[in-house]
Design a protein around this ligand. Structure first.
Ligand code: GTP
Ligand code: MG
Length: 296
């Protein structure tokens, strides 16, 4: 039997639905999703295993045209590195969007001789937010930008054209033995998903700069038969942000804890005991060694 395997990178602007797509394709909540841009900060793999193939998808941070702080620059370097080892690239944008990723990234991909598909996401919005002609206009726009590439409208949320896309990817996958053991669905350790689930709730609960100035590190994760004990540090950039994060009498932090426990319990199907430490890591987004420590 022929076995196929390869790396498929999902790239695109912030908030277009990259993480929603990887979760829909893999059928697991590999990546966190919020309605705020720049939710995903670190590349995460989502792996689909079938007897005759292994598809390794990468969800990447949204492309930032002009990175402001070091963390954003490091995120962009990471995407470029990832593209170097991709076998297939899915460029994703959304219906009604008439601007796209920087030329820099565009050049960086088209230099290579690998298959690229352009996906126009969120087409379930037709008839609700947009008229059908908006889709035609978006296709027209993408076609001008990427004249040689195949364009496929999808809805990651409603699984529109999912099977078609999967078949297409399967046909493009190179022949190769599996890169990962066939039981793996991701490359990240359990602590990573805890950090991400807490971060997702921070994006939901807090406004303005708080989500963007926060990092979560799980320092302790011990799994017993039916309970997992977890201790996570939440880092903010300034002393004043600590107060906002905690809230009056700790009420917001407590809400964050309850929401996170619920998500982690659902994810690991075990009871969770969770402890938070809120700490200040001064201007970590601008500091190389601090960012390295946070896994960038
Ligand atoms: N209507 C609709 N909404 C979608 C679809 N896909 C994603 N969304 C919504 O778009 C928002 C952003 O989705 P994400 O999957 O987090 O987008 P992303 O590209 O990973 O965002 P970053 O990680 O911030 O770059 C969320 O509110 C999703 O629910 C879709 O097919 N239809
Ligand atoms: Mg994302």
């Amino acid at each position: 039997m022929i076995h196929k395997s390869g790396f498929i990178d999902i790239i695109g602007d912030p908030n277009v639905g990259k993480s929603t797509l990887i979760n829909s394709l893999v059928g697991e909540k590999i990546s966190i999703i919020t309605d705020k841009p720049q939710t995903t900060r670190k590349k995460v793999l989502g792996i689909i295993n079938k007897p005759n193939y292994q598809m390794i998808f990468s969800d990447t941070p949204g492309i930032i045209h002009k990175p402001v702080y070091l963390m954003q620059k490091m995120m962009m370097i990471d995407i470029k590195k990832s593209l170097n080892s991709a076998d297939i690239i899915l460029i994703i944008t959304e219906i009604g969007k008439y601007k796209y990723i920087s030329k820099d990234f565009f050049d960086c991909i088209t230099n290579k001789n690998i298959p690229i598909i352009v996906l126009i996401n969120k087409i379930d919005k037709i008839g609700i937010k947009y008229k059908e002609n908006v889709l035609y206009n978006t296709i027209y726009y993408c076609n001008k930008l990427f004249p040689d590439l195949e364009i496929l409208p999808i809805s990651a949320l409603k699984n529109i054209n999912k099977d078609f896309l999967m078949k297409k990817i399967e046909s493009l996958l190179p022949e190769h033995p599996p890169f990962y053991p066939k039981k793996y669905i991701s490359n990240r350790p359990k602590r990573f998903f805890v950090n991400e689930m807490i971060r997702e709730n921070i994006y939901i609960l807090y406004d303005k700069e708080i989500p963007y100035s926060t990092e979560v590190v799980t320092d302790f994760f011990k799994e017993k038969q039916n309970i997992i004990n977890i201790r996570s540090s939440i880092y903010v950039e300034k002393e004043s942000q600590k107060g906002i994060l905690i809230g009056k009498k700790g009420n917001i932090l407590n809400k964050l804890k309850l929401m996170s426990i619920k998500n982690i319990e659902h994810f690991y199907e075990k009871k969770i005991r969770l402890l938070f430490h809120v700490k200040v890591s001064k201007n970590f987004r601008y500091n190389f060694s601090k960012l390295k420590h946070f896994g960038y």
